[in-house]
Design a binder for this molecule. Structure first.
Ligand code: 5AD
Length: 357
């Protein structure tokens, strides 16, 4: 019997491995046979369905500002990119966008932006409170980057439910290669622990196939995620952006991303795992394949049509053109074609109750 098949089954039963086994399993993706890949995906789907059945949760993503004070080497909205049109939505526009999402059936909105200091904490709190007042049954997720504890606490007190902050990589050397020196992995991780302690459902995650990433980096990611125990884990392939220092690096692959989605599902049976837009960008059926590898969340774009083409973290991003309004219905139909139900529900972490993690 092949070693990695043993390890997959071990993971299926125990949800964790020692470091050496993680490294063996992570390395095995390079030479696994198609039937072994299928086996892994089947176990992951079984795991996902044991908790969430055939339900797929939707999150409406509102990209409300592409202004960013940071200069991450992989990201298309980095500070040094002078060749993009920067925009900011007003409070009213953001709240209106959330309403249109509620009307479409979304029961979670994700407010995401670059690290934009133009919005004060009071403004963010007002936006969150306005959305919660208009739609008490809608979950509000924030994804605004690194802030201090007091800010996170204020947003939570205003009614925010969840916070997404990908850790990007849990390997300090790798972190240093993806980011400018003023950003630190320790600080990012500290933010995630703050958010968890405050009472948010938290989301972490990393890119697959980013420059300089090694199998050790992935093993560090799994070890960190095990410690953090986030409620959501978002991963997607790295895709180069032509106005960044990483323009010439190759994109992460479909198969690697699907492989890591399945491993995450086995290691974190109850996690909310999205089939990301980046996955849909590297392959037209990428998101469907993500669901068939163990993901259970989709995040259609709810940003106003006019700004979608300006929120480009990477080249080739799907659903940014005139057809964008149709995108989410189309995605829904395709998920249902696979035998899944796209549900109108908040889609909280299984067993979640605000105030007791
Ligand atoms: N390719 C893929 N994902 C990217 N992100 C940023 N830039 C890229 C890129 N070039 C991801 C990061 C970030 C999330 C919002 O988007 O992981 O946390």
């Amino acid at each position: 019997m092949k070693k990695w098949l043993d390890l997959i089954d071990q993971l299926y039963h125990k949800t964790d491995l020692d470091r050496e086994s993680w490294l063996t399993l992570i390395g095995a993706r390079r030479y696994m046979a198609d039937e072994d890949r299928r086996h892994l995906k089947e176990l992951a789907v079984r795991r996902s369905q044991a908790t969430y059945g055939k339900d797929i949760y939707l999150r409406g993503l509102i990209e409300f500002s592409n202004c960013c004070k940071n200069n991450c080497l992989y990201c298309g909205i980095r500070r040094d990119n002078m060749r993009i049109h920067r925009y900011r939505l007003s409070e009213e526009e953001i709240v209106r966008c959330a309403k249109s999402g509620w009307d479409l059936g979304f029961r979670t909105v994700v407010l995401q932006s670059g690290e934009d200091q133009a919005y004060t904490d009071d403004e963010i709190c007002r936006i969150v409170a306005a959305i919660k007042a208009a739609h008490p049954d809608m979950a509000v997720t924030l994804s605004l980057g690194e802030k201090d504890h007091a800010s996170y606490q204020a947003y939570f007190d205003a009614g925010a439910d969840r916070y997404l902050l990908r850790h990007e990589t849990a390997n300090e050397v790798h972190y240093g290669k993806l980011h400018p020196p003023e950003l630190s992995m320790r600080h990012r991780m500290a933010c995630l622990y703050d958010l968890k302690e405050i009472g948010y459902q938290i989301g972490a995650g990393f890119m697959v196939g980013s420059p300089y990433q090694t199998d050790q980096c992935y093993a560090d990611d799994f070890a960190f995620l095990k410690k953090l125990a986030p409620h959501m884990i978002g991963i997607g392939p790295f895709i180069p952006h032509h106005e960044t220092p990483f323009r010439a690096f190759p994109a992460g692959t479909l198969e690697d991303t699907l492989f890591f989605i399945s491993l995450l599902r086995l290691a974190f049976p109850k996690a909310l795992i999205p089939a990301t837009t980046a996955l849909g960008t590297i392959h037209p059926l990428g998101r469907e394949m993500g669901i068939k590898a163990g993901a259970n969340v989709a995040m259609p774009n709810l940003s106003p049509r006019g700004v979608r083409k300006d929120y480009l973290l990477y080249d080739g991003k799907i659903c940014t053109g005139d057809e964008a309004a149709e995108c989410h219905r189309y995605l829904e139909r395709r998920m249902e074609g696979l035998g899944y139900r796209v549900v109108r529900a908040r889609g909280d972490y299984a067993g979640w109750q605000r105030g007791c993690s």
